[in-house]
Design a protein around this ligand. Structure first.
Ligand SMILES: [Zn+2]
Length: 105
């Protein structure tokens, strides 16, 4: 059965998103026991996203350092601070590379 290019693309995106979500949840599960493995899952999910041009879901984007791509766990390898002054924002400090990432709320 011929499949149009557009629906094929949509199918690839859907499967990629599912894989990304699955891998990141797995990374979340194993992080405390096996951080190296969690990092591998996170790298893998990023690669799937890049290859298929799918962005990581918002909730996960903040869990990966924008500078060194480390999988972050608040209180373990990163610090999350709420800054209510001026435009309210969150500052995430990565303990792996020391990078501050700012997110507006
Ligand atoms: Zn970092």
């Amino acid at each position: 059965m011929p499949v149009s290019r557009r629906s094929r693309k949509r199918e690839v995106e859907k499967i990629s998103r599912e894989r990304i979500d699955y891998l990141l949840r797995l990374a979340d599960d194993v992080f405390l026991e096996k951080p190296a493995r969690a990092q591998r899952y996170a790298d893998l999910s990023r690669r799937i996203g890049m290859r298929n041009k799918v962005r990581l879901p918002k909730i996960w984007r903040r869990r990966i350092c924008r500078n060194c791509k480390a999988f972050l766990w608040p209180g373990v390898n990163c610090r999350v601070r709420l800054r209510p002054r001026r435009q309210s924002h969150i500052v995430v400090t990565c303990f792996n590379c020391g990078h501050h990432t700012r997110y507006n709320i």
